[in-house]
Design a protein around this ligand. Structure first.
Ligand code: AMP
Ligand code: ZN
Length: 500
Protein backbone atom coordinates (compact mmCIF):
# COMPACT_ATOMS: atom_id res chain seq x y z
CA UNK A 1 0.00 0.00 0.00
CA UNK A 2 1.43 3.32 -1.02
CA UNK A 3 -0.76 5.74 0.91
CA UNK A 4 0.15 6.43 4.49
CA UNK A 5 -1.85 5.80 7.60
CA UNK A 6 -3.51 8.93 8.93
CA UNK A 7 -5.17 9.24 12.34
CA UNK A 8 -7.33 11.92 13.89
CA UNK A 9 -5.40 13.24 16.87
CA UNK A 10 -7.86 14.60 19.45
CA UNK A 11 -5.07 16.58 21.09
CA UNK A 12 -4.33 18.70 18.02
CA UNK A 13 -7.82 18.37 16.54
CA UNK A 14 -6.27 17.37 13.20
CA UNK A 15 -5.86 14.35 11.03
CA UNK A 16 -2.14 13.58 10.97
CA UNK A 17 0.18 11.18 9.20
CA UNK A 18 1.00 8.49 11.74
CA UNK A 19 4.69 8.14 12.54
CA UNK A 20 5.69 5.76 15.31
CA UNK A 21 8.46 6.74 17.72
CA UNK A 22 10.39 3.55 16.96
CA UNK A 23 10.20 2.34 13.40
CA UNK A 24 8.04 -0.74 13.02
CA UNK A 25 6.83 -0.66 16.63
CA UNK A 26 3.82 0.88 18.32
CA UNK A 27 3.00 1.40 21.98
CA UNK A 28 -0.74 1.76 22.57
CA UNK A 29 -2.55 2.31 25.88
CA UNK A 30 -6.34 2.17 26.19
CA UNK A 31 -8.29 2.92 29.37
CA UNK A 32 -10.01 -0.29 30.41
CA UNK A 33 -13.18 -0.85 32.41
CA UNK A 34 -13.91 -0.07 36.03
CA UNK A 35 -14.97 -3.50 37.23
CA UNK A 36 -17.82 -2.79 39.63
CA UNK A 37 -20.70 -3.89 37.38
CA UNK A 38 -21.42 -5.86 34.21
CA UNK A 39 -19.94 -4.36 31.08
CA UNK A 40 -22.62 -2.66 28.95
CA UNK A 41 -22.79 -2.39 25.18
CA UNK A 42 -21.38 1.15 25.16
CA UNK A 43 -18.20 -0.12 26.82
CA UNK A 44 -18.13 -2.96 24.29
CA UNK A 45 -18.29 -0.50 21.40
CA UNK A 46 -15.18 1.28 22.64
CA UNK A 47 -13.23 -1.96 23.09
CA UNK A 48 -14.36 -3.33 19.71
CA UNK A 49 -13.21 -0.07 18.06
CA UNK A 50 -9.74 -0.30 19.60
CA UNK A 51 -9.64 -4.00 18.73
CA UNK A 52 -10.00 -3.09 15.05
CA UNK A 53 -7.23 -0.48 15.40
CA UNK A 54 -4.99 -3.05 17.11
CA UNK A 55 -5.74 -5.65 14.43
CA UNK A 56 -5.16 -3.25 11.55
CA UNK A 57 -1.89 -1.91 12.94
CA UNK A 58 -0.66 -5.48 13.30
CA UNK A 59 -1.90 -6.26 9.79
CA UNK A 60 0.20 -3.37 8.49
CA UNK A 61 3.20 -5.18 9.96
CA UNK A 62 3.73 -3.15 13.13
CA UNK A 63 4.81 -4.87 16.29
CA UNK A 64 2.21 -3.47 18.67
CA UNK A 65 2.49 -3.48 22.44
CA UNK A 66 -1.09 -3.03 23.53
CA UNK A 67 -1.76 -2.21 27.19
CA UNK A 68 -5.34 -2.00 28.46
CA UNK A 69 -5.77 -1.61 32.19
CA UNK A 70 -8.35 -2.77 34.70
CA UNK A 71 -9.49 -0.06 37.09
CA UNK A 72 -9.96 -1.77 40.43
CA UNK A 73 -9.53 1.14 42.82
CA UNK A 74 -9.85 4.93 42.93
CA UNK A 75 -12.76 5.52 40.52
CA UNK A 76 -15.26 7.40 42.66
CA UNK A 77 -19.02 7.73 42.28
CA UNK A 78 -19.99 10.32 39.68
CA UNK A 79 -16.34 10.52 38.52
CA UNK A 80 -15.84 12.75 41.57
CA UNK A 81 -12.44 13.77 42.73
CA UNK A 82 -12.82 13.39 46.48
CA UNK A 83 -15.67 13.09 48.96
CA UNK A 84 -17.48 10.34 47.14
CA UNK A 85 -17.39 6.61 47.61
CA UNK A 86 -15.15 4.37 45.52
CA UNK A 87 -17.41 2.47 43.08
CA UNK A 88 -15.87 -0.89 43.96
CA UNK A 89 -15.82 -0.26 47.71
CA UNK A 90 -19.45 0.75 47.57
CA UNK A 91 -20.49 -2.40 45.75
CA UNK A 92 -18.47 -4.50 48.22
CA UNK A 93 -20.15 -2.78 51.16
CA UNK A 94 -23.65 -3.28 49.73
CA UNK A 95 -23.05 -6.91 48.80
CA UNK A 96 -21.03 -7.59 51.95
CA UNK A 97 -18.15 -9.00 49.96
CA UNK A 98 -14.43 -8.41 49.87
CA UNK A 99 -13.69 -5.69 47.22
CA UNK A 100 -11.42 -8.11 45.34
CA UNK A 101 -14.36 -10.53 45.00
CA UNK A 102 -16.28 -7.77 43.24
CA UNK A 103 -13.27 -7.04 41.04
CA UNK A 104 -12.70 -10.70 40.16
CA UNK A 105 -16.36 -11.34 39.38
CA UNK A 106 -16.82 -8.40 37.00
CA UNK A 107 -13.38 -8.77 35.46
CA UNK A 108 -14.18 -12.38 34.58
CA UNK A 109 -17.49 -11.24 33.08
CA UNK A 110 -15.69 -8.56 31.08
CA UNK A 111 -13.20 -11.08 29.70
CA UNK A 112 -16.02 -13.48 28.75
CA UNK A 113 -17.80 -10.70 26.91
CA UNK A 114 -14.67 -9.66 25.06
CA UNK A 115 -14.27 -13.28 23.89
CA UNK A 116 -17.87 -13.38 22.72
CA UNK A 117 -17.27 -10.24 20.64
CA UNK A 118 -13.98 -11.72 19.37
CA UNK A 119 -11.95 -8.87 20.87
CA UNK A 120 -8.28 -9.85 21.12
CA UNK A 121 -6.78 -9.62 24.60
CA UNK A 122 -4.20 -6.88 25.12
CA UNK A 123 -0.61 -8.00 25.69
CA UNK A 124 -0.54 -6.44 29.13
CA UNK A 125 -3.59 -5.91 31.32
CA UNK A 126 -2.29 -4.19 34.44
CA UNK A 127 -4.47 -3.54 37.48
CA UNK A 128 -4.33 -0.36 39.54
CA UNK A 129 -4.15 -2.25 42.85
CA UNK A 130 -1.05 -4.08 41.59
CA UNK A 131 0.79 -0.78 41.10
CA UNK A 132 0.35 1.08 44.39
CA UNK A 133 4.11 1.34 44.97
CA UNK A 134 4.66 2.92 41.55
CA UNK A 135 1.73 5.28 42.13
CA UNK A 136 3.19 6.46 45.44
CA UNK A 137 6.49 7.02 43.62
CA UNK A 138 4.85 9.14 40.95
CA UNK A 139 3.00 11.24 43.53
CA UNK A 140 6.36 11.87 45.21
CA UNK A 141 7.96 12.82 41.86
CA UNK A 142 5.19 15.33 41.16
CA UNK A 143 5.58 16.82 44.66
CA UNK A 144 9.35 16.99 44.16
CA UNK A 145 8.83 18.82 40.88
CA UNK A 146 6.71 21.40 42.67
CA UNK A 147 3.41 20.58 40.97
CA UNK A 148 1.59 18.87 43.85
CA UNK A 149 1.10 19.58 47.53
CA UNK A 150 -0.09 17.72 50.60
CA UNK A 151 -3.04 18.86 52.69
CA UNK A 152 -4.40 16.91 55.63
CA UNK A 153 -3.05 13.57 54.35
CA UNK A 154 -4.31 13.96 50.77
CA UNK A 155 -2.15 15.14 47.88
CA UNK A 156 -3.46 17.53 45.22
CA UNK A 157 -2.16 18.39 41.80
CA UNK A 158 -1.61 22.12 41.46
CA UNK A 159 -3.37 22.95 38.19
CA UNK A 160 -2.61 26.66 38.31
CA UNK A 161 1.13 26.18 38.71
CA UNK A 162 1.01 23.61 35.96
CA UNK A 163 -0.85 25.97 33.61
CA UNK A 164 1.66 28.71 34.37
CA UNK A 165 4.66 26.46 33.81
CA UNK A 166 3.50 24.45 30.80
CA UNK A 167 0.50 26.44 29.58
CA UNK A 168 -1.50 23.42 28.49
CA UNK A 169 -4.09 22.47 31.13
CA UNK A 170 -7.43 22.04 29.34
CA UNK A 171 -6.06 21.73 25.78
CA UNK A 172 -7.34 18.20 25.12
CA UNK A 173 -10.89 18.90 26.24
CA UNK A 174 -10.96 22.50 25.06
CA UNK A 175 -11.40 23.96 28.54
CA UNK A 176 -9.93 27.11 29.95
CA UNK A 177 -8.25 27.10 33.34
CA UNK A 178 -10.04 30.36 34.25
CA UNK A 179 -13.43 28.71 33.65
CA UNK A 180 -12.42 25.65 35.63
CA UNK A 181 -11.22 27.85 38.46
CA UNK A 182 -14.47 29.78 38.41
CA UNK A 183 -16.64 26.66 38.44
CA UNK A 184 -18.21 26.39 41.84
CA UNK A 185 -17.13 23.39 43.84
CA UNK A 186 -18.81 24.60 47.01
CA UNK A 187 -20.57 21.31 47.39
CA UNK A 188 -17.28 19.57 48.09
CA UNK A 189 -16.55 19.29 51.78
CA UNK A 190 -12.80 19.40 51.53
CA UNK A 191 -12.70 22.20 49.01
CA UNK A 192 -10.72 24.15 51.58
CA UNK A 193 -7.87 21.63 51.33
CA UNK A 194 -7.32 22.61 47.72
CA UNK A 195 -5.41 25.71 46.75
CA UNK A 196 -7.54 26.18 43.63
CA UNK A 197 -10.96 24.76 42.75
CA UNK A 198 -9.58 23.08 39.61
CA UNK A 199 -6.89 21.14 41.52
CA UNK A 200 -7.48 17.40 41.72
CA UNK A 201 -6.51 14.66 44.13
CA UNK A 202 -3.72 12.25 43.25
CA UNK A 203 -3.62 10.60 46.68
CA UNK A 204 -6.69 10.49 48.90
CA UNK A 205 -6.68 9.98 52.66
CA UNK A 206 -9.08 7.14 53.41
CA UNK A 207 -12.08 7.82 55.59
CA UNK A 208 -12.36 5.27 58.45
CA UNK A 209 -15.09 3.29 56.64
CA UNK A 210 -13.18 3.12 53.36
CA UNK A 211 -12.35 -0.52 52.61
CA UNK A 212 -9.41 -0.20 50.21
CA UNK A 213 -6.39 1.50 51.82
CA UNK A 214 -2.61 1.50 51.67
CA UNK A 215 0.16 3.10 53.71
CA UNK A 216 1.88 6.06 52.09
CA UNK A 217 4.16 8.88 53.27
CA UNK A 218 1.10 11.15 53.50
CA UNK A 219 -1.66 8.98 54.98
CA UNK A 220 -3.29 5.60 54.89
CA UNK A 221 -5.26 6.11 51.73
CA UNK A 222 -5.67 5.23 48.09
CA UNK A 223 -4.58 6.65 44.71
CA UNK A 224 -6.69 8.98 42.57
CA UNK A 225 -8.31 7.42 39.52
CA UNK A 226 -6.32 9.42 36.94
CA UNK A 227 -2.98 8.52 38.47
CA UNK A 228 -3.11 4.81 37.67
CA UNK A 229 -3.15 5.36 33.91
CA UNK A 230 -0.19 7.74 33.99
CA UNK A 231 1.71 5.21 36.08
CA UNK A 232 0.87 2.03 34.20
CA UNK A 233 1.32 3.52 30.73
CA UNK A 234 4.72 4.90 31.73
CA UNK A 235 5.76 1.64 33.35
CA UNK A 236 4.90 -0.58 30.38
CA UNK A 237 5.30 1.76 27.40
CA UNK A 238 7.84 4.29 28.58
CA UNK A 239 7.63 8.01 29.29
CA UNK A 240 6.62 8.70 25.69
CA UNK A 241 4.60 6.29 23.62
CA UNK A 242 2.54 6.42 20.43
CA UNK A 243 -1.21 6.07 20.97
CA UNK A 244 -3.46 6.66 23.97
CA UNK A 245 -7.13 5.82 23.60
CA UNK A 246 -10.43 5.72 25.40
CA UNK A 247 -14.03 6.85 25.05
CA UNK A 248 -14.46 10.59 24.52
CA UNK A 249 -16.33 10.88 27.82
CA UNK A 250 -12.90 10.37 29.41
CA UNK A 251 -11.32 13.47 27.83
CA UNK A 252 -12.20 15.47 30.90
CA UNK A 253 -11.23 15.12 33.64
CA UNK A 254 -9.51 11.73 33.24
CA UNK A 255 -7.23 12.27 30.24
CA UNK A 256 -6.70 15.95 30.87
CA UNK A 257 -5.42 15.07 34.33
CA UNK A 258 -3.31 12.23 33.01
CA UNK A 259 -1.52 14.69 30.73
CA UNK A 260 -0.98 17.08 33.65
CA UNK A 261 0.43 14.26 35.84
CA UNK A 262 2.80 13.10 33.11
CA UNK A 263 4.08 16.63 32.70
CA UNK A 264 4.36 16.81 36.47
CA UNK A 265 6.40 13.62 36.75
CA UNK A 266 8.27 13.45 33.42
CA UNK A 267 8.16 17.02 32.09
CA UNK A 268 6.20 16.19 28.94
CA UNK A 269 2.99 14.66 27.58
CA UNK A 270 2.64 10.84 27.67
CA UNK A 271 1.98 10.15 24.00
CA UNK A 272 1.98 11.53 20.48
CA UNK A 273 -1.59 10.69 19.41
CA UNK A 274 -4.81 10.74 21.43
CA UNK A 275 -7.61 8.72 19.84
CA UNK A 276 -11.14 8.90 21.20
CA UNK A 277 -14.12 6.75 20.38
CA UNK A 278 -17.56 8.26 20.38
CA UNK A 279 -20.52 7.15 22.42
CA UNK A 280 -23.01 4.41 21.75
CA UNK A 281 -26.48 5.86 22.10
CA UNK A 282 -29.69 4.06 22.86
CA UNK A 283 -32.63 5.73 21.15
CA UNK A 284 -30.67 8.95 20.81
CA UNK A 285 -29.24 9.17 24.38
CA UNK A 286 -25.79 8.12 25.69
CA UNK A 287 -25.91 4.54 26.86
CA UNK A 288 -25.12 4.57 30.53
CA UNK A 289 -25.96 2.19 33.29
CA UNK A 290 -26.28 4.81 35.97
CA UNK A 291 -29.01 6.56 33.92
CA UNK A 292 -30.85 3.29 33.28
CA UNK A 293 -30.47 3.88 29.54
CA UNK A 294 -28.60 0.76 28.60
CA UNK A 295 -28.90 -2.62 26.99
CA UNK A 296 -26.76 -5.41 28.29
CA UNK A 297 -25.15 -7.67 25.70
CA UNK A 298 -27.06 -10.68 27.06
CA UNK A 299 -30.35 -8.91 26.39
CA UNK A 300 -29.38 -8.47 22.76
CA UNK A 301 -28.35 -12.09 22.35
CA UNK A 302 -31.67 -13.34 23.72
CA UNK A 303 -33.87 -10.51 22.44
CA UNK A 304 -35.27 -10.12 25.96
CA UNK A 305 -35.55 -6.34 25.98
CA UNK A 306 -38.44 -3.94 25.47
CA UNK A 307 -36.23 -2.13 22.94
CA UNK A 308 -35.97 -5.16 20.65
CA UNK A 309 -38.28 -7.26 18.51
CA UNK A 310 -35.82 -10.13 18.20
CA UNK A 311 -32.46 -11.54 19.25
CA UNK A 312 -29.18 -10.54 17.57
CA UNK A 313 -26.02 -12.58 17.53
CA UNK A 314 -22.64 -11.24 18.73
CA UNK A 315 -21.18 -11.02 15.23
CA UNK A 316 -24.23 -9.16 13.93
CA UNK A 317 -23.71 -6.67 16.77
CA UNK A 318 -19.99 -6.39 16.02
CA UNK A 319 -20.76 -5.84 12.33
CA UNK A 320 -23.37 -3.23 13.28
CA UNK A 321 -20.73 -1.37 15.31
CA UNK A 322 -18.25 -1.41 12.42
CA UNK A 323 -20.80 0.18 10.12
CA UNK A 324 -20.12 3.54 11.72
CA UNK A 325 -16.82 5.34 12.18
CA UNK A 326 -15.34 5.03 15.67
CA UNK A 327 -15.42 8.79 16.15
CA UNK A 328 -19.12 9.16 15.28
CA UNK A 329 -21.93 8.51 17.70
CA UNK A 330 -23.79 5.30 16.99
CA UNK A 331 -27.48 5.00 17.75
CA UNK A 332 -28.61 1.52 18.62
CA UNK A 333 -32.12 0.80 17.39
CA UNK A 334 -33.94 -2.36 16.46
CA UNK A 335 -34.18 -1.28 12.79
CA UNK A 336 -30.45 -0.52 12.58
CA UNK A 337 -29.64 -3.94 14.04
CA UNK A 338 -31.95 -5.62 11.51
CA UNK A 339 -30.14 -3.81 8.70
CA UNK A 340 -26.83 -4.88 10.28
CA UNK A 341 -27.97 -8.48 10.33
CA UNK A 342 -28.79 -8.37 6.62
CA UNK A 343 -25.45 -6.73 5.85
CA UNK A 344 -23.48 -9.26 7.89
CA UNK A 345 -25.21 -12.19 6.17
CA UNK A 346 -24.69 -10.69 2.71
CA UNK A 347 -20.99 -10.17 3.40
CA UNK A 348 -20.47 -13.68 4.77
CA UNK A 349 -22.41 -15.27 1.89
CA UNK A 350 -20.30 -13.27 -0.56
CA UNK A 351 -17.18 -14.53 1.19
CA UNK A 352 -18.37 -18.15 1.03
CA UNK A 353 -19.26 -17.88 -2.67
CA UNK A 354 -15.90 -16.25 -3.43
CA UNK A 355 -13.80 -18.84 -1.62
CA UNK A 356 -15.46 -21.67 -3.55
CA UNK A 357 -14.72 -20.04 -6.93
CA UNK A 358 -11.89 -21.17 -9.11
CA UNK A 359 -10.65 -19.44 -12.19
CA UNK A 360 -11.24 -21.44 -15.41
CA UNK A 361 -8.03 -19.97 -16.88
CA UNK A 362 -7.31 -17.68 -19.77
CA UNK A 363 -8.74 -14.41 -18.41
CA UNK A 364 -7.42 -10.98 -19.34
CA UNK A 365 -7.13 -7.82 -17.27
CA UNK A 366 -10.30 -6.19 -18.62
CA UNK A 367 -12.55 -3.52 -17.08
CA UNK A 368 -13.82 -5.92 -14.44
CA UNK A 369 -10.25 -6.75 -13.43
CA UNK A 370 -9.46 -3.06 -13.02
CA UNK A 371 -12.64 -2.38 -11.07
CA UNK A 372 -11.92 -5.22 -8.67
CA UNK A 373 -8.35 -4.08 -8.06
CA UNK A 374 -9.52 -0.49 -7.59
CA UNK A 375 -12.13 -1.53 -4.99
CA UNK A 376 -9.53 -3.59 -3.09
CA UNK A 377 -7.12 -0.63 -3.09
CA UNK A 378 -9.96 1.60 -1.96
CA UNK A 379 -10.78 -0.65 1.01
CA UNK A 380 -7.18 -0.33 2.25
CA UNK A 381 -7.15 3.42 1.55
CA UNK A 382 -10.33 3.69 3.66
CA UNK A 383 -8.68 1.90 6.57
CA UNK A 384 -5.60 4.10 6.20
CA UNK A 385 -7.87 7.10 6.44
CA UNK A 386 -8.28 7.01 10.23
CA UNK A 387 -9.58 3.42 10.28
CA UNK A 388 -12.73 4.20 8.30
CA UNK A 389 -14.52 0.86 8.65
CA UNK A 390 -17.89 1.99 7.20
CA UNK A 391 -16.20 3.11 3.99
CA UNK A 392 -14.07 -0.04 3.83
CA UNK A 393 -17.25 -2.10 4.22
CA UNK A 394 -18.85 -0.14 1.36
CA UNK A 395 -15.87 -1.11 -0.83
CA UNK A 396 -16.25 -4.74 0.25
CA UNK A 397 -19.97 -4.65 -0.64
CA UNK A 398 -19.09 -3.29 -4.07
CA UNK A 399 -16.97 -6.41 -4.42
CA UNK A 400 -19.80 -8.64 -3.14
CA UNK A 401 -21.98 -7.36 -6.00
CA UNK A 402 -19.26 -8.40 -8.46
CA UNK A 403 -18.79 -11.77 -6.76
CA UNK A 404 -22.53 -12.45 -7.01
CA UNK A 405 -22.54 -11.44 -10.68
CA UNK A 406 -19.58 -13.71 -11.40
CA UNK A 407 -21.39 -16.53 -9.65
CA UNK A 408 -24.64 -15.82 -11.52
CA UNK A 409 -22.88 -15.59 -14.88
CA UNK A 410 -23.74 -11.91 -15.52
CA UNK A 411 -20.02 -11.15 -15.34
CA UNK A 412 -17.36 -13.33 -16.90
CA UNK A 413 -14.08 -14.74 -15.62
CA UNK A 414 -12.63 -13.98 -19.03
CA UNK A 415 -12.42 -10.29 -17.95
CA UNK A 416 -10.38 -11.19 -14.92
CA UNK A 417 -6.93 -12.71 -14.45
CA UNK A 418 -6.44 -15.58 -12.05
CA UNK A 419 -3.99 -13.39 -10.06
CA UNK A 420 -6.73 -10.83 -9.44
CA UNK A 421 -9.16 -13.53 -8.33
CA UNK A 422 -6.54 -14.82 -5.91
CA UNK A 423 -5.89 -11.29 -4.63
CA UNK A 424 -9.61 -10.80 -4.13
CA UNK A 425 -9.90 -14.05 -2.18
CA UNK A 426 -6.99 -13.18 0.05
CA UNK A 427 -8.20 -9.62 0.63
CA UNK A 428 -11.67 -10.80 1.59
CA UNK A 429 -10.34 -13.35 4.03
CA UNK A 430 -7.90 -10.88 5.56
CA UNK A 431 -10.45 -8.12 5.87
CA UNK A 432 -13.27 -10.14 7.33
CA UNK A 433 -11.33 -12.26 9.79
CA UNK A 434 -8.00 -10.56 10.56
CA UNK A 435 -8.86 -6.87 10.26
CA UNK A 436 -12.55 -6.53 11.08
CA UNK A 437 -12.38 -9.49 13.48
CA UNK A 438 -15.67 -11.02 12.32
CA UNK A 439 -16.31 -14.71 12.71
CA UNK A 440 -18.35 -17.25 10.83
CA UNK A 441 -21.41 -17.52 12.95
CA UNK A 442 -23.92 -20.26 13.23
CA UNK A 443 -23.90 -23.14 15.56
CA UNK A 444 -24.36 -25.06 12.39
CA UNK A 445 -20.94 -26.73 12.46
CA UNK A 446 -21.39 -27.94 8.89
CA UNK A 447 -21.30 -24.26 7.91
CA UNK A 448 -23.69 -24.89 5.04
CA UNK A 449 -26.88 -23.61 6.68
CA UNK A 450 -28.45 -27.02 7.31
CA UNK A 451 -29.28 -26.20 10.95
CA UNK A 452 -30.71 -22.82 9.96
CA UNK A 453 -32.87 -24.54 7.37
CA UNK A 454 -34.07 -27.21 9.80
CA UNK A 455 -34.82 -24.64 12.48
CA UNK A 456 -36.91 -22.67 10.02
CA UNK A 457 -38.84 -25.83 9.21
CA UNK A 458 -39.46 -26.49 12.92
CA UNK A 459 -40.61 -22.92 13.53
CA UNK A 460 -42.97 -23.16 10.53
CA UNK A 461 -44.39 -26.42 11.90
CA UNK A 462 -44.85 -24.80 15.30
CA UNK A 463 -46.67 -21.88 13.69
CA UNK A 464 -48.86 -24.27 11.71
CA UNK A 465 -49.72 -26.21 14.89
CA UNK A 466 -50.63 -22.99 16.71
CA UNK A 467 -52.81 -21.84 13.81
CA UNK A 468 -54.58 -25.23 13.95
CA UNK A 469 -54.88 -24.93 17.75
CA UNK A 470 -52.88 -28.17 17.98
CA UNK A 471 -51.45 -27.25 21.38
CA UNK A 472 -50.03 -30.74 22.00
CA UNK A 473 -47.64 -30.40 19.07
CA UNK A 474 -46.74 -26.75 19.66
CA UNK A 475 -46.04 -27.43 23.38
CA UNK A 476 -43.89 -30.42 22.51
CA UNK A 477 -41.81 -28.32 20.08
CA UNK A 478 -41.46 -25.60 22.71
CA UNK A 479 -40.34 -28.06 25.43
CA UNK A 480 -37.76 -29.80 23.25
CA UNK A 481 -36.28 -26.50 22.10
CA UNK A 482 -36.12 -25.35 25.70
CA UNK A 483 -34.24 -28.48 26.67
CA UNK A 484 -31.78 -27.74 23.88
CA UNK A 485 -31.35 -24.23 25.30
CA UNK A 486 -32.88 -22.64 22.21
CA UNK A 487 -34.83 -19.45 22.82
CA UNK A 488 -37.71 -18.69 20.45
CA UNK A 489 -39.03 -15.16 20.25
CA UNK A 490 -42.28 -14.27 18.46
CA UNK A 491 -42.15 -10.94 16.65
CA UNK A 492 -44.14 -9.05 14.05
CA UNK A 493 -42.15 -10.66 11.25
CA UNK A 494 -42.58 -14.20 12.60
CA UNK A 495 -40.64 -16.27 15.11
CA UNK A 496 -36.87 -16.14 15.45
CA UNK A 497 -34.52 -18.30 17.47
CA UNK A 498 -31.19 -18.08 19.21
CA UNK A 499 -29.02 -20.20 21.42
CA UNK A 500 -29.78 -19.32 25.06
P1 AMP B 1 -15.83 2.67 32.49
O1 AMP B 1 -15.94 1.23 32.89
O2 AMP B 1 -17.05 3.48 32.84
O3 AMP B 1 -14.56 3.30 33.02
O4 AMP B 1 -15.77 2.71 30.91
C1 AMP B 1 -14.94 1.87 30.15
C2 AMP B 1 -14.79 2.43 28.74
O5 AMP B 1 -16.06 2.46 28.07
C3 AMP B 1 -14.27 3.89 28.71
O6 AMP B 1 -13.30 4.01 27.66
C4 AMP B 1 -15.50 4.71 28.40
O7 AMP B 1 -15.18 5.89 27.73
C5 AMP B 1 -16.27 3.76 27.51
N1 AMP B 1 -17.72 4.04 27.47
C6 AMP B 1 -18.58 4.25 28.51
N2 AMP B 1 -19.85 4.48 28.08
C7 AMP B 1 -19.80 4.40 26.72
C8 AMP B 1 -20.77 4.52 25.65
N3 AMP B 1 -22.06 4.77 25.89
N4 AMP B 1 -20.34 4.37 24.37
C9 AMP B 1 -19.04 4.10 24.10
N5 AMP B 1 -18.07 3.97 25.04
C10 AMP B 1 -18.44 4.11 26.33
ZN1 ZN C 1 -7.39 5.73 32.11
Amino acid sequence: MKNELQVFNSYTGKKEVFKPINEGQIGMYVCGPTVYSDVHLGNCRTFVSFDVLFRYLQYLGYKVRYVRNITDVGHLEGDADTDAEDKISKKARIEQLEPMQIVQHYMNGFHDMMKIFNVLPPQIEPRATGHIVEQIEMVQDIIDNGLAYEANGSVYFDTLKFAEKHGVYGKLSGRKIEDLMAESRDNLKNQDEKRHPSDFAIWIKAAPEHLMRWKSPWSVGFPGWHLECSVMSTKYLGEKFDIHGGGNDLKFPHHENEIAQNYGACGHAPCNYWLHTNMLLLNGKKMSKSDGNSIMPGELFTGQSPHLTKAYSPMVVRFFMLQSHYSSTLDLTDEALQAGEKGYRRLMEGQKALQSMSHPGGGTAGTLDKEINAAIDQAFADMNDDFNTPKALASLFELVTKINSLKGGQLSFSDLTSETLERLKKTFNDFIFSILGLQEESFDSSGDGVVDGLMQLILDMRQQARTNKDWGTSDKIRDVLKELDIVVKDGKEGATWSKG
